[in-house]
Design a binder for this molecule. Sequence first.
Ligand code: SF4
Length: 219
Amino acid sequence: MAGLKRGSLPVVDEAPRWEALDHHLIQVRGCRICPAVEPPPVAARPQTWPRLMLVGQAPGPKEVVEQRPFAYTAGMRLFSWFARFGVPEEEFRRRVYMCAVARCFPGRAPQGGDRVPSPQEIANCAPYLEHELRLIRPATVLAVGQLAIKVFLPEPAPLQERVGSRFEVSRGEVTFEVIPLPHPSGRSTWLVRPENQERLERALALVRGSVGWRETFLG
Ligand code: SF4
């Protein structure tokens, strides 16, 4: 796992590698490694070469049908956060690489809601995200929810110690900033507490000031 510290980052200008990315996404769409998930994988890409990535947990059934991440209710809340900065959903999708820790719908959990991907499913899917990080070389990654946050910050920590801070993470020679966000699912009670709302506001301020956001939407 990469070195982890807080700090500022240099701006890195990367040449687009569309052919390699599209080839990669064909591989992802054809993946059927995990027997318990409900394929096909969701593998979408933006229309402009991304400097900002958003990583969620796993798609739901609606996302699979539409082949777009965060296509349902959780997405409505997520995109409302960014719309406050003048970036509507479609513009965000057009410019940001959106993916997830697991690319297939895991199915329903017995207790209701979507099943959390198993450790084996997460391990099976991990090489896809790692390859994308090296290929895209993002300036900023928005990690949405604890499962995505742990990919970049594996040390155990409650969400309140993650949301509202910015972290510098490296993968090989690729270094980027990670901004943790809470999962926007309506099933989450974390955002109900006023102190967590304040943490979210701090996190969104970090998003707006991040290198990836500025290069994507203010450049
Ligand atoms: S969850 Fe990931 S590794 Fe598993 S079948 Fe879907 S794309 Fe493949």
